[in-house]
Design a protein around this ligand. Structure first.
Ligand SMILES: *[C@@H]1O[C@H](CO)[C@@H](O)[C@H](O)[C@H]1NC(C)=O
Ligand SMILES: *[C@@H]1O[C@H](CO)[C@@H](O)[C@H](O)[C@H]1NC(C)=O
Length: 249
């Protein structure tokens, strides 16, 4: 879900001579003076070459491995019409995000912007949870371990960068805008809880598994926000590791 910011970064990275030295052979910079279509297909081609590297992570860019992606802790605190939830998800691992298929990519180097539309056919997620709240009439109170399979996730991302000067007068690129639209096609979950909570967990599990579309639509704003905040944090870390001159010499 958060692999879009890998693409955003990648888009800058292809210009970065210094960083390129650590990337696999075969990755070549795309020239912004090409036609927009030629530029976009060049970026796409470099992305394909770079994907195995993203899977393992790029330490020089402080990019953690993409598949599985580890998220140490996610805090959610939201009240919406149909769901009220306070959750702490920990030791979360997301498998399968590297099997993305890009349907559309538009990159504008002069403008520091990028738009992406992609699909992830299958994602497996696992982790631990501590939750208080309710979804419609279903209680969500409990803690334990969760597993989930999610199919046909569609993602649309637009990201906009801007040039800033840090406190040491070094020019850097910051992510100034990030909009994430996401739709998970279907899903199936399993929960493992202490014996006293098994009935409540079974009720929540079977509600989700028999109405995945309904539940996914209700929780979608939370998923989109969470994906965007993870994306922003990762992008800030990676962009902070580079100066503007390294990114766009
Ligand atoms: C979230 O859960 C983890 C694991 O149980 C714990 O270490 C962490 O302190 C919790 N965070 C918050 C904000 O409660
Ligand atoms: C996810 O799918 C795998 C096989 O593809 C299956 O073994 C596993 O039980 C499924 N998990 C859930 C939570 O549905």
């Amino acid at each position: 879900m958060m692999l879009f910011n890998y693409f955003f970064l990648f888009f800058f990275v292809i210009h970065a001579g210094k960083v390129l030295a650590e990337l696999p052979p075969g990755v070549t910079p795309c020239s912004p003076s090409e036609s927009p279509d030629a530029y976009d297909s060049c970026v796409l081609q470099q992305l394909m070459i770079l994907t195995p590297q993203l899977v393992k992570g790029i330490p020089s860019l402080k990019l953690p491995p993409l598949d599985p992606l580890s998220l140490p802790s996610l805090i959610v605190d939201r009240n919406l019409d149909a769901i009220r939830v306070k959750a702490n998800l920990s030791s979360v691992r997301v498998y399968g995000a590297s099997n993305y298929e890009i349907d559309e990519l538009r990159a504008k180097p002069n403008d520091l912007s990028v738009f992406l539309r992609l699909r992830i056919p299958y994602i497996h997620v696992k982790g631990n949870y501590e939750v208080k709240g309710n979804l419609l009439l279903i209680s969500l109170n409990g803690n334990g371990a969760f597993k989930g399979n999610f199919t046909n996730t569609q993602v649309r991302v637009s990201a906009q960068g801007k040039e800033v000067v840090d406190k040491n007068q070094v020019k850097r690129i910051e992510l100034s805008k990030l909009s994430t639209k996401l739709r998970i096609g279907g899903g199936n979950i399993k929960l493992k809880t202490p014996p006293t909570q098994v009935r409540a967990a079974d009720a929540a599990t079977s509600f989700f598994n028999s109405n995945p579309r309904l539940v996914l639509d209700i929780i979608n704003p939370i998923i989109e926000e969470t994906a965007a905040s993870i994306g922003k944090a990762l992008a800030a870390r990676a962009l902070g590791a580079l100066t503007k001159d390294e990114i766009l010499p």
